[in-house]
Design a protein around this ligand. Structure first.
Ligand code: ZN
Length: 306
């Protein structure tokens, strides 16, 4: 089986130990499988991304001894493409404009961070028609409508036996057997069918785009890029596990394949807190400057030294 994975940092700061762990793990898994290791820059947040961090990330990865296959995929170069994917969702009636506060929307646009409570959008603007969209409005996915759309849509012919397709009672959203993913990470290994009610309760109507700023939200861009780059295995931090249902739902709405997911442990500081981008004390560049070797970094994050 082909094995294609990627490391997908945002060039908004230096790589720290947590990024190094994720990159080395993905790289080593790809190489062990005789597969491909790709590099993607998630650089759609034009306010915060900097070319100097893009260059520093490449430098750090090369210093760690990691080589990536093919050209770097920069999300900022694919904005028009993402927007055509948004139109597919709009045509299905699954988007609505939202003018709720900027801080709220910004929180939803970047990859969710552990320790920052993910506020499920209360649905204030749900029901607004697309015609009411104002400049600067965000576009949100109407998750309940998306699940209803997928529940009503017959499964692709020949992919599932008919008995796998069943509606589950009245009163709550049905679970849809084909909305599933395989996880190989240590904490959740196995096959998971999405829990629709839980997705509505814990994730809600995520932001997919904000007009006028060429910002495409993490969820849409990463779902689309994984397919576009032929990624078969998504290897990423445990903090994103709870959001995997959004990816799977978007994949089905857009006709994209669902890769295998592997959520890995997070690297924590001495207080047990997850390392953050601002945690420059653990920047790879700083360790490099202090004379550490790539083998030292591997040992610090608990990975074998080849
Ligand atoms: Zn709103």
């Amino acid at each position: 089986m082909a094995f294609v994975t990627r490391f997908a940092p945002s060039p908004t700061g230096p790589l720290h130990l947590g990024h190094a762990f994720s990159a080395i793990l993905a790289h080593d898994m790809a190489r062990a499988a005789g597969g491909r290791f790709l590099l993607r820059m998630e650089d759609t947040d034009l306010d915060r991304c900097r070319p100097e961090y893009d260059a520093l990330i490449q430098e750090d990865l090369a210093w760690l001894g990691l080589t990536w296959d093919g050209a770097i995929h920069r999300q900022s170069e694919h904005i028009a493409w993402y927007n055509t994917r948004l139109e597919v969702l709009e045509d299905k009636g699954l988007l609505y404009p939202c003018s709720c506060s900027r801080a709220d929307i910004r929180a939803a646009l970047s990859a969710p961070q552990e320790g920052v409570a993910f506020a499920v959008y209360p649905g204030t603007c749900r029901g607004r028609g697309m015609a009411s969209r104002l400049p600067g409005d965000a576009l949100r996915l109407d998750l309940a409508a998306a699940l209803a759309f997928l529940a009503a849509e017959p499964p692709p012919a020949g992919r599932l036996p008919s008995h796998a397709w069943e509606r589950v009672g009245e009163g709550g959203p049905p679970d849809i057997p084909r909305l599933a993913f395989v996880e190989t990470g240590p904490a959740h290994a196995g096959r998971h069918i999405l829990d629709s009610a839980r997705a509505l309760r814990q994730i809600g109507d995520v932001v997919l785009s904000r007009k006028g700023e060429d910002i495409v939200a993490y969820f849409l861009a990463s779902a689309f890029d994984d397919a576009d780059q032929g990624v078969t295995h998504v290897i990423r931090g445990e903090d994103l596990y709870d959001f995997t249902p959004v990816q799977v739902i978007l994949q089905h709405l857009l006709g994209l394949p669902t890769p295998i997911y592997h959520h890995h442990r997070l690297i924590r500081d001495d207080q047990g807190k997850r390392l953050a981008k601002r945690d420059d004390a653990r920047a790879i560049a700083k360790y490099r400057a202090e004379g550490a070797t790539p083998a030292d970094i591997r040992r610090m994050v608990g990975l074998p030294v080849p």
